[in-house]
Ligand binder design. Structure first.
Ligand SMILES: [Zn+2]
Ligand SMILES: [Zn+2]
Length: 548
């Protein structure tokens, strides 16, 4: 029997860009192809995707891609991979519908093999068997992916919670998970996002009470911001609005698209006479309105952020409006979110973000739910993923307390294969792995050098040092010019910079002055040293060597 390899290419030791390869012999599949969001130091970076070098090196083995659910951290990098390899993509009807627009924006979808794998379906891929099992989460049709290997089931929990009163009435398939345990789960790759939270997470249905309280008490319009994909949350806003005599409208392109797709497919039920277009909202008294809006992560182009800057042409904020912040900040977005919330407060908006009756609940399992997943499926090995190292660590502690021996719990790291054999498993040698930064125009491959330059520019400005060079004779012509933009240091340092460069060039040999690259390097290096010493700044230094 050969080794079964499970290789996270993203999503292990981090929350984001989930992508894991499973390999048995000559068959490889990928589970999820997600993106993550840049941190605040990544200037001009729109999204971060996994480095697909390993996939491309093994492209002849890659048979299919499976998607657990339609959240960006599980599907967002798919267009970038499908641009390079054309393999079938299996996921639920709902997830396909949710990702189709994004695929169409970047690719010709006619050449793609988009295969439906609804909860409960099984498909054979070479020597592997893949089954989709329904779990509850904050988006419909979320599924565990169980991969049948020669050593037993490798089970991807996906993002999950055990919600016994789900908004759409579709429960986690506990009986199939239990049977899977009977058949033998060799390894569970589990969500560990909420490993810090003891007890059971509240049901999504709890949010209805929070909405009801605000809808009945707010004197004017109620705005709700949440993730554009949170259909259950939108459903509850629609239902509570209907019950309290308010009408609902939507601001923000992504949310409008989601509402349109989901209501057409029957995943969202719009109560009669409840939905109105945004431009009709002015005909109604404010206390009869609820407006769902994008912008829960403080995205600069979102409807809510534009409203908070009075730049949204379709709707204006009014004093007396109430905003429900019905989401959790993704790490890295906090300051953009609070800036938006503060602007709204200044405009006379009452923002509800931490109410005694919750207006947001997590879609991820708390500790007791994580234990329940383990108890149902009884895996031999445990591998916490979808968490930062602190979450993985706490998951390990929890499993140890449940009696799992240390050697059967693996703290997964991006790029380290978990190699499962007949009688043991271990972490193997690293494979090529990393991150690729995509800029605002969609270009993949913003390098670390580009990021460093942007960081210098943003922090300390730019200094351009101009030198005219007679290359044939190896002579500097005229004086050294120094120009600065976005620079806040003293002018004396700039003058000294010109002097330092002039002295450095005077000390070069004739042959060195005939080498333009050498001169460029000397100019940049000298100017940089001068700026650090004389201005205590590190601006981006650009040497402009003119050959005359
Ligand atoms: Zn996720
Ligand atoms: Zn998710």
């Amino acid at each position: 029997m050969s080794l079964v390899k499970v290789i996270p290419l993203g999503g292990a030791g981090e929350i984001g860009k989930n992508c894991t390869a499973v390999i048995q012999g000559d068959d490889m599949i990928l589970v999820d192809v997600g993106l993550s969001f840049p941190n605040e130091e990544m200037f001009g970076v729109d999204i971060v995707i996994p480095d697909f070098t390993f996939v491309m090196e093994n492209r002849d083995k890659l048979k299919a891609i499976f998607l657990t659910h339609a959240h960006e951290d599980h599907v967002g990098a798919l267009p970038y991979l499908l641009d390079q390899v054309k393999v079938p993509v299996y996921t639920s009807e709902f997830t396909h519908a949710m990702i189709r627009n994004k695929l169409e924006e970047k690719l010709d979808v006619r050449g793609l093999k988009l295969e439906t794998l609804n909860p409960g379906d099984i498909v054979e891929i070479g020597s592997l068997k893949v089954e989709s099992i329904r779990v509850t989460h904050s988006i419909p049709s979320t599924t565990c992916i169980a991969v049948g290997t020669q050593h037993g089931w490798v089970l991807f929990s996906s993002d999950f919670k055990f919600d016994f009163t789900p908004v759409d009435g579709k429960l986690s398939d506990l009986s199939r998970l239990t049977k899977l345990g009977d058949e033998g789960v060799v390894c569970l790759l589990s969500d560990s996002t909420n490993a810090e939270r003891p007890g059971w997470g509240p049901s999504e249905k709890m949010v209805a009470a929070g909405f009801h309280r605000v809808f009945t008490q707010a004197p004017g319009r109620v705005l709700i911001t949440t993730f554009a994909s949170n259909i259950h949350r939108m459903q509850q806003a629609l239902d509570v609005a209907h019950a309290t005599g308010r009408k609902v409208s939507v601001a923000g392109r992504r949310m409008e698209q989601t509402l349109d797709i989901c209501s057409r497919m029957g995943y969202l039920r719009i109560p009669a006479d409840t939905f109105i277009k945004l431009d009709q909202t002015t005909n109604l008294p404010p206390h009869k309105l609820v407006i769902l809006t994008t912008g829960s992560q403080g995205e600069p182009m979102s409807a809510l952020v534009q409203m908070s800057k009075e730049e949204y042409s379709r709707m204006r904020i009014q004093p007396g409006d109430t905003l429900i912040y019905s989401a959790r900040p993704i790490p890295g977005n906090e300051s953009a979110i609070w800036r938006t919330v503060n602007r709204l407060f200044r405009m006379g908006v009452h923002v509800v973000y931490d109410a005694p009756t919750p207006v947001h609940v997590s879609g991820h399992a708390y500790q007791e739910e994580l234990k329940m997943m383990i108890n149902l499926t009884r895996p031999y090995y445990l591998a916490p993923v979808h968490g930062e190292p602190r979450h993985q660590h706490l998951y390990r502690e929890m499993a140890l307390q449940m009696g799992y021996p240390d050697h059967r719990i693996f703290t997964m790291v991006d790029g380290r294969p978990l190699e499962i054999g007949e009688t043991n498993a271990e972490l193997g040698d690293p494979v090529p792995c990393g991150r690729v930064l995509v800029d605002n125009a969609g270009n993949a491959g913003v390098t670390d050098e580009v990021l460093r330059d942007r960081s210098s520019l943003a922090n300390d400005g730019i200094v351009i040092v101009t030198v005219a060079l007679d290359v044939d004779n190896g002579e500097v012509i005229g004086s050294v010019g120094v120009d600065a933009k976005g620079y806040s240091g003293n002018d004396a340092a700039l003058r000294q910079c010109a002097e330092w460069v002039w002295d450095a060039l005077r000390n070069l040999k004739k042959s060195e002055l005939q080498d333009v690259d050498f001169v460029r390097h000397t100019v940049a290096d000298t100017a940089r040293r001068c700026m650090i010493k004389k201005a205590q700044l590190r601006p981006l230094v650009v040497p402009a060597v003119l050959e005359v």
